[in-house]
Ligand binder design. Structure first.
Ligand SMILES: NC(=O)c1ccc[n+]([C@@H]2O[C@H](COP(=O)([O-])OP(=O)(O)OC[C@H]3O[C@@H](n4cnc5c(N)ncnc54)[C@H](O)[C@@H]3O)[C@@H](O)[C@H]2O)c1
Length: 308
């Protein structure tokens, strides 16, 4: 199938493109490379270097007539969303609405959306898809509003969708300045013998899901889980302190972190139930934290050697 992957030059999108190619699909990429990198894209894949908000994007739909849209392009930083909510909303909300319009106009068969656990906000409970949504950042709000548009486009124009709400994604190619970049930040700092900073007391928890597992969830959503909202997480809580210890052990580092005040917009606990993903997508994470971290550490070591 011909699949338009927005954000296909990014951390998750580029690894999704690799999986789609391996499965015999024809991915095409729409990315302005504001955060992604062209060298992430496998050779031979068609790239449209455009801003989501450009009027030229409609021409891409007209010309390519994609079967599926996988929408990953976004303003991904919680901190930037708080600094500039209008910019966040323009890219994340308006960008999504434009793609939905073109998808209905040009016969797209399914819209698969990368949402986030940031739509939920504060809770100490295990989060399932029926849990209340109450974002504490504009980033979370822009994802939630986009979800509402997607559901209404389905209701009014019968555009099938799957909404995937990712936990904290990590793995090779993650930049150290995006949402959920704590693992890449710690690894780079420990490799460079710098002192990592932990915001808060480090007892906050995250649900870390490996990038390849997230890409596979998108692949499975092509033929499954129509009109469903699905968490993509590991159903496991890890404190930031434990994460730090695991990484220090893997890197044989005795460096101690500095603790600083907790940041605005950061949630305290995140623990996503994944039973709906198992039911509708037959998806389960294939990487536990240790094996995912091993691959990630190897990637950053190789990257550092190549950069030298
Ligand atoms: N990484 C995570 O932990 C995480 C968690 C939850 C949800 N998500 C979502 O997954 C998706 C992919 O995130 P990622 O971590 O790979 O981030 P990323 O920044 O690596 O990828 C996003 C891509 O979108 C592109 N982009 C940004 N603005 C654009 C615009 N206006 N026009 C065209 N392209 C634009 C960037 O250049 C980049 O290649 C995003 O929608 C993000 O919100 C990520």
């Amino acid at each position: 199938m011909k699949i338009l992957v927005t954000g296909g030059g990014g951390f998750i999108g580029s690894q999704l493109v690799e999986i789609l190619l391996a499965e015999g699909h024809t991915p095409i990429i729409l990315d302005n490379f504001s955060n992604g990198r062209e060298e992430n894209v496998p050779s031979g894949v068609k790239i449209y270097r455009e801003n989501l908000l450009s009027d030229k994007v409609e021409k891409i739909f007209e010309k390519e007539k994609p079967d599926i849209v996988m929408h990953l392009a976004a303003q991904v930083s919680v901190a930037k969303s708080l600094e500039n909510p209008a910019e966040d909303a323009a890219v994340n909300v308006l960008g999504t609405v434009k793609l939905l319009e073109y998808s209905t106009r040009y016969g797209v068969k399914k819209f698969i959306f990368s949402s986030s656990s940031a739509v939920y906000g504060y809770t100490n409970e295990v989060i399932n898809e029926e849990s209340p949504t109450s974002p504490i950042s504009f980033y979370g709000t822009s994802k939630l509003v986009s979800e509402t548009y997607i559901k209404l486009f389905n209701k009014l124009y019968k555009l099938p969708y799957t909404i995937l709400r990712y936990a904290n994604v990590y793995g090779p190619r993650q930049r150290s300045d995006g949402e959920g970049g704590v693992i890449s930040i710690f690894i780079e700092q420990l490799l460079n013998i710098e002192t990592p900073i932990i915001f808060g007391d480090g007892n906050q928890t995250r649900d870390f899901v490996y990038v390849e597992d997230v890409a596979r969830a998108n692949l499975l959503a092509i033929a499954n889980a129509d009109n469903q909202v699905i968490n993509i997480g590991t159903n496991t809580q890890t404190t930031v302190n434990l994460l730090y210890t695991l990484l220090s052990n893997q890197l044989h580092s005795s460096q101690k972190p500095n603790y600083e005040a907790k940041r605005e917009g950061d949630i305290l606990h995140s623990h996503l139930s994944n039973s709906k993903a198992l039911h509708y997508l037959k998806w389960e994470p294939q990487y536990d934290l240790n094996s995912g971290l091993e691959n990630t550490v190897e990637y950053f070591k190789r990257k550092m050697e190549n950069d030298e």
